[in-house]
Design a protein around this ligand. Structure first.
Ligand code: 13P
Length: 234
């Protein structure tokens, strides 16, 4: 299974280093065979001697250049980073990234062979508008995306479940993942208010290949428990 932590705008470089070390020790001591990914804040990227896959939450589709506030592959290469999160709802809705921008980013990093964790998910209004409306919205997030890309992981994150403590029912996760599996053979993660208290049952849902965790992953012991659950279920 794939267990991923999106640290968002949290943890300094020093804290991140310690966090990664704690996870790494746990993984080694418990013979964990799951794929563990961590996405630190941009300024917390560093050289880390670890088996954990370190990715970026964002980068511009460029090597370098005049893109104020952005980083390019020059900066990723410095730390050997070859994994990127694309299409996260916070970038779509807070930063205002359009599907067009997202597709450009996807194609650029696909061309370089990066592991791409591609996020999709609907706002509450779309879910409440019914199945057809909701799936239309979700389908638009697949537009322009090579769903057969071999280094692709998809994360289904309903926007209303992110950081809210709300989660869809296990039945809703199961039916959504069943639908989404028809769109792409890529591993499919669930994200949105996954906690140590619900991770095990979410991981056990059919067609859930892993989880993408935000706030609850900030505590290394909680995240390690989730890794352990995945190990037990595998
Ligand atoms: P929370 O786990 O804090 O709801 O965030 C989920 C998320 O956005 C992961 O990318």
């Amino acid at each position: 299974m794939i267990i991923a932590a999106n640290l968002k705008t949290n943890l300094t470089r020093k804290e991140t280093k310690q966090y990664i070390q704690e996870l790494d020790t746990y993984i080694k001591n418990n013979a964990i065979s799951q794929e563990v990914l961590v996405f630190p804040a941009m300024s917390s990227l560093d050289e880390n001697d670890t088996s954990i896959i370190i990715g970026v939450q964002n980068a511009y589709p460029t090597k370098n250049g005049a893109y104020t506030g952005e980083i390019g592959t020059t900066h990723l290469d410095e730390f050997g980073i070859q994994t990127i999160l694309i299409g996260h709802s916070e970038r779509r809705h807070i930063i205002g990234e359009t599907q067009e921008v997202i597709v450009a980013k996807f194609n650029y990093y696909k061309e370089l062979g990066f592991k791409i964790v591609y996020c999709i998910g609907e706002p509450l209004a779309k879910r409440e508008a019914g199945e057809a409306e909701m799936m239309k919205y979700i389908s638009a997030q697949y537009e322009g995306i090579d769903t057969n890309y071999e280094n692709l992981i998809i994360a289904y994150e309903p926007i209303w479940a992110i950081g809210t403590g709300l989660t869809p029912t296990l039945e809703d996760i199961e039916s959504m993942h069943k639908e989404l599996k028809k769109k792409s053979p890529a591993p499919l993660l669930y994200g949105g208010s996954v906690k140590v208290t619900n991770a095990k049952e979410v991981l056990a849902v059919e067609n859930v290949d892993g989880i993408l965790v935000g706030s609850a992953a900030l505590y290394s012991e909680h995240f390690c428990s989730m890794i352990q659950y995945a190990q037990e279920l595998s």
